[in-house]
Write a protein that binds this ligand. Structure first.
Ligand code: SF4
Length: 225
């Protein structure tokens, strides 16, 4: 399974001013996972550095008031095409960006005024069924895990990882349910196989769509047996 991540969170200097939003916690989370870095604004052909942009009444404009909407939407579509058919568990995107922000974005007045809404790419990925967290939501989740550890006095690293994954899965499943999809959390391959088999009625036909996860958890072999 792959994780989509805003490239600037991984340290790419693709932010509008040529800087990055490097985030060590997000980078640590990505270790050992297949990562698909995306920068929708670069993918849309915009240069770096570039003028800052915001969404104003559904149209992306830069600080000079020129519409850059087409480039933003083209970039988001290219990011979705890059993801293609890869099985993606989660996207961690940069908060408040007119491309990557989720839940809250700037209102188009360039006065740092926030309004409810999603960036263009975050909206597109969610419409495609990909659960999106901002890096701030991910950090809040880590904090929540730490608080639980402090309350119960846990110090075992493996236990901590399990708790973090459980909380993360709850968020992802909630996101899927809000788009009328179901999700299940399995702590390991064996549990994933058990859950997958329990969801396939006896005598039915299953197609895998090239799913690597189905191979990895042994589902393909179990169904052939
Ligand atoms: S478009 Fe997204 S990935 Fe690119 S710099 Fe902006 S926030 Fe980062």
């Amino acid at each position: 399974m792959a994780v989509v991540v805003s490239a600037c969170l991984l340290g790419e200097p693709c932010r509008w001013d040529g800087g990055t939003n490097r985030n060590e916690a997000v980078i640590r989370f990505c270790q050992g996972q297949e990562v698909i870095p995306v920068c929708p604004e670069c993918a849309g052909g915009l240069p770096t550095p570039r003028l800052p942009s915001e969404l104003r009444e559904g149209v992306v404009v830069n600080r000079e008031g020129d519409s850059v909407d087409a480039a933003f939407r083209e970039g988001a579509a290219r990011c979705l095409a890059l993801i293609g058919e890869k099985p993606v568990t989660l996207a961690i995107l940069k908060a408040r960006s007119p491309s990557c922000g989720k839940g809250q974005i700037y209102d188009g007045s360039f006065t740092r005024t926030l309004v409810p809404g999603n960036g263009v790419c975050a909206e597109l990925l969610q419409q495609a069924g990909i659960p999106v967290l901002t890096e701030e939501e991910y950090l809040a989740l880590l904090k929540e895990t730490e608080n639980i550890e402090n309350k119960i006095g846990g110090s075992n690293m493996n236990q901590n990882i399990v708790k973090r994954n459980t909380l993360l899965a709850q968020k992802v499943i909630k996101g899927l349910q809000s788009r009328n999809m179901s999700g299940y959390y399995a702590a390991d391959r064996e549990e994933a196989l058990r859950i997958a088999l329990s969801l396939i009625p006896e005598g039915s036909t299953a197609t895998m769509g090239g799913s690597v996860s189905a191979q990895e958890i042994g589902l393909v072999d179990a169904l052939k047996a």
